[in-house]
Design a protein around this ligand. Sequence first.
Ligand SMILES: Nc1ncnc2c1ncn2[C@@H]1O[C@H](COP(=O)(O)OP(=O)(O)O)[C@@H](O)[C@H]1O
Ligand SMILES: [Mg+2]
Length: 263
Amino acid sequence: MVEATETRMGPAKAVELGNAVAIASGKGGVGKTWLSITLCHALARTGRKALLFDGDLGLANVDIQLGLAPRRDLGGVLAGRIRLHEAVSAYREGGFDIVAGRSGTGSLANLPAERLAGLAAELAQLGPAYDHVILDLGAGVERTVRQLATRARTCLVMTTDEPTAMTDAYAFIKLMRLQKPEADLRVVVNLAASEHEGERTYATLRKACESFLGVVPPLAGIVRHDARVKDSIRHQAPLLVRHPNTEAAADIEALARRLLETP
Ligand SMILES: Nc1ncnc2c1ncn2[C@@H]1O[C@H](COP(=O)(O)OP(=O)(O)O)[C@@H](O)[C@H]1O
Ligand SMILES: [Mg+2]
């Protein structure tokens, strides 16, 4: 496993996660975990083989939203008890695979750099078995969180119309640009009151990025606020099964289509 180790030639090239889409935001509570699940599900429903990696270790995570009790999870991997591929469980109802996180294991942000590098290397080995790997990065703009994001082929930066969410999304974009200028960053506005409101939120963020960073991260999609999202989480059932004909479901399916059209 060659991984970001210093050599006489200088730092080794970090492993790339070529088919990974990282979901990031800075701020918590903007819907990263829910969107990661639902996007993975939407991709699986188009016949793609998809893996959801729950890196949102500290908080209410994927297994809780879906009501799963995986026998093995990332906690065991981080403790060195099992390998990453052994932590994969099949989520039959959704037709995709999951590496569950574990509440209380701390966050990716607190992982020592070499642990994270090892995890990324294992993920890079696991990734090619899938068409898509969705990485729920959890909240934060720390270097460790960005380390995984820079390896993904695309990073969806999520925001809502709240100024704190926009500020954190901006901060994440700024730091990512410094770390990897060529990073493919795209914006997702979640919890939008309407498509129009979502466009306004994007325009505000876009303007700040354009004025102060000289970049215009494209809009990947707008996902409208939908009361049935909460209902499906309460019932620990995926939205696309419980409420397939809703605005939020249509928005995620459109987001998935766009990701497939513009790899
Ligand atoms: N489009 C949406 N419409 C309605 N509620 C949403 C939507 N997206 C997320 N939520 C709600 O927001 C809450 C936080 O979502 P979560 O995915 O846990 O956020 P994060 O992972 O960013 O902390 C959840 O309770 C979820 O029900
Ligand atoms: Mg989360």
